[in-house]
Structure formats: structure tokens, C-alpha cells
Design a protein around this ligand. Structure first.
Ligand code: DC
Length: 219
């Protein structure tokens, strides 16, 4: 079974996807982590984030893989190195949407995601899972939350990782990524018509998890 969870940054997708996958014994696939790994490589090789041709070649030549961890998390490997921490750095977050809007980059990532999905029951979170990657997914969810609440959640999450960000910086980043992710030409963020829409602004993590699990278990 494929469970697709889409929505904007900070809506709680990865937290919920992880919990739902752990409860059901499904594989959790964080598709944003794949775009982040490529963005990290772009930075490490000093490639201009707007040089599409170089980034396309890089995407085709890179080995990006995800490995489940015992705690239900996911380790992200780039060319054999564990980059799980680096891909969350602000410098990566700043350019990842520009990398992810390139059509040929998306083709590489979507192919990888489909291969993973063909191997096991999965919960995937991203922006285009229910619309493009797995339009035939058995269960689709679109998680959203008010802008201020998404900023608050992302701020707390980054602080917990030890990053010295301000809430103004987080707000600017979210507004910028919302804009690029939802207006790009290829696979923009939008709700699949058959996705269950959950506004999580006033819901706890447990409430959202329960709502998603309830819907999956329903016939
Ligand atoms: O979910 P995230 O914040 O880690 O995602 C990082 C970026 O990757 C996000 O700004 C848009 C892009 N992305 C995408 O275009 N398609 C996906 N399926 C997942 C993420």
C-alpha cells in the first residue's frame, strides 16, 4: 500500500508520516531529504544554484539513498556518506527549492521514489506524491496549517537541533519556499482532488496521527 502525505513546509508531514509508518510497519520515505541531499552536493561543489545544466548532470551522477533507523527515523546517504544532519542546515534550506524546481532533477528523484515504493508498503511525504509520483496511491492526505503556526513549529524544530535561527529568518524561509514550491512549472505543490485535507493548526500530533490512521484503516 502507498500512503501519500503532501503539504507545505512546517505542516507536520514528516512527524506524522514517521509515526504512521511506525504504527503500520511501513517504510517511511522523506522525499524532501532527497532534494536536500542534492542541494547539499551543489553547495559542497561550489556549483551556482541557478546553473541548471550542471545540477541536472549532478543529479544523474549522484547516489542518494535512504536507510531506515531503529528509532523509526531515516538516515540519508549521499554517495555513501551519511548526510542526515547536514541536509537540515539553513544553507541547504535556502537553495533546495531552486534545485527541486528543475524538471530533469525531478525526473531522477521521482524514478527513485517509484522504485522504493514498488518494493514495500510505504508512507511517503513531499509536495507531489499524491499528484505526480503516485497518483494511484490508495491513501492520500494533504496536511496544512496556518502560516504563523508553521513558522512556530519549524522554529522549535530547528532550535531543538541546535541551530541558532530567529523566528524572522524561519518566516522568511517558509514564505520563500511556499512561493517557489507552489508556483513552479513542474509538479507544483497542490492538493490532489482525492486527498483528505487536514488543517492541523489546532490539532496535536497525536490527534493528526489518529485521524490519518483512522482514515487508512477505513474500508
Ligand atoms: O519537506 P522538505 O522541507 O524537507 O523539502 C525540501 C524542499 O524539497 C521543499 O522546499 C520542496 C522540495 N520538495 C519537492 O519539490 N518535492 C517533494 N516531493 C519533496 C520536497
Amino acid at each position: 500500500m502507498i500512503v501519500a502525505i503532501d503539504g507545505p513546509a512546517g505542516a507536520g508531514k514528516s512527524t506524522i508520516a514517521k509515526k504512521v509508518a511506525a504504527t503500520l510497519g511501513f517504510l517511511y520515505i522523506d522525499t524532501g531529504a532527497m532534494y536536500r541531499a542534492l542541494a547539499l552536493k551543489v553547495l559542497d561543489l561550489n556549483i551556482d544554484p541557478l546553473d541548471e545544466q550542471k545540477i541536472i548532470a549532478l543529479a544523474r551522477a549522484s547516489d542518494i539513498s535512504l536507510t531506515p533507523e531503529p528509532d523509526g527515523g531515516l538516515a540519508v546517504f549521499l554517495d555513501g556518506n551519511n548526510v542526515s544532519r547536514q541536509i537540515r542546515e539553513p544553507r541547504v534550506t535556502r537553495i533546495v527549492s531552486d534545485v527541486a524546481k528543475i524538471r530533469e532533477v525531478r525526473q531522477v528523484m521521482v524514478e527513485l521514489q517509484r522504485k522504493l515504493g514498488a518494493r514495500a508498503d510505504c508512507v511517503l511525504d513531499g509536495r507531489d506524491i499524491g499528484t505526480v509520483v503516485f497518483p494511484q496511491a490508495e491513501k492520500k492526505f494533504y496536511l496544512d496549517a496556518g502560516f504563523d503556526e508553521r513558522v512556530r513549529r519549524r522554529f522549535l524544530e530547528l532550535r531543538a537541533m541546535g541551530q541558532a535561527v530567529t523566528s524572522e529568518e524561519v518566516a522568511a524561509d517558509l514564505a520563500n519556499r511556499d512561493n517557489i514550491d507552489s508556483t513552479r512549472k513542474v509538479a507544483p505543490l497542490k492538493r490532489a482532488e482525492d486527498a483528505l485535507h487536514l488543517d492541523t493548526t489546532r490539532m496535536s500530533i497525536d490527534e493528526v496521527t489518529a485521524a490519518v490512521l483512522h482514515n487508512i484503516r477505513e474500508k
